[in-house]
Design a protein around this ligand. Structure first.
Ligand code: GLN
Length: 248
């Protein structure tokens, strides 16, 4: 399935973060090393980033393989950011195609990505507002469910955990690796697929798989939530966060 990445820390160029690492997101689009579902991630890509003190991020999404985008290398070279979320996509059969179906999804200050495939996602559609679903896909409905919880004041980590619990309680099943940021913190779930993280020059990179072979990468255990932000980094079982959560 897809590969995704988020970064929080001192400003770096998108090139350093996405294109340069030997086994980074760019290379993962055709040669991922830990991907168990699908082989290449050529069905589009997207990068979202925060600039200066503007809390609303920019998004650049295309429906072509990342290696075919002639504009990205130049944009990535001159764009620096301290908060980034990016993904390369391997579309699940039956899901919408096109740039709007590529992560990051977003609204206001939020950026979101889903790495996985979910059966029974159609049953979740009736739970979300049509306005919040730009496209028809499992990822889009998970994003709409997440956004609904964020709007009612849920914290990012508990919101992701609750969405997985809600989807599974409604009969949806599959892999739910979710990634969410507002530019000041990151929440990420490992639920069916790989997820790891590494400190990077005063910041943190969270990614589907290591971008290089240097020491320092740590795996997030399955069915766990990772949160990173000004208060540091924490990993907790998803079940700890969903105790007492009401699933509508
Ligand atoms: N199921 C999602 C899609 O079709 C995510 C795909 C993935 O993780 N490969 O876009």
């Amino acid at each position: 399935m897809c590969r995704h990445l988020a970064y929080l820390g001192p400003a770096v160029s998108l090139k350093e973060l996405i294109l340069d690492p030997e086994h980074g997101l760019y290379r993962q689009s055709w040669a991922p090393r830990r991907q168990r579902h699908g082989t290449v991630n050529a069905d589009g890509f997207g990068v979202g980033w925060y600039a200066g003190d503007d809390p609303v991020p920019a998004r650049y999404r295309r429906d072509i393989p990342i290696w075919n985008d002639e504009s990205l290398p130049g944009i990535a070279r001159v764009t620096r950011s301290g908060a980034v979320l990016a993904a390369v996509r391997s579309a699940t059969p039956g899901m919408a195609l096109g740039a709007a179906a590529a992560a990051p999804f977003g609204a206001g200050t939020w950026l979101f990505s889903h790495n996985g495939a979910v059966s029974g996602w159609e049953t979740l559609q009736s739970r979300v507002s049509v306005r919040d679903m730009d496209v028809l896909s499992d990822s889009a409905v998970l994003w709409a469910l997440t956004l609904a919880r964020l709007r009612t004041g849920a914290e990012p980590g508990p919101a992701l955990a609750a969405v997985i619990a809600e989807a599974e309680a409604a009969g949806a099943a599959g892999r739910f690796n979710l990634l969410l940021t507002d530019g000041t913190s990151i929440a990420a779930t490992a639920a069916g697929d790989t997820l790891c993280y590494r400190a990077r020059d005063g910041g943190v990179v969270i990614a589907s798989e290591p971008g290089d072979d240097r020491p320092g990468w740590a795996d997030v255990p399955d069915r766990h939530l990772l949160t990173a932000g000004p208060h540091g980094l924490a990993v907790a079982p998803l079940s700890d966060l969903t105790e007492g959560v009401t699933v509508p």
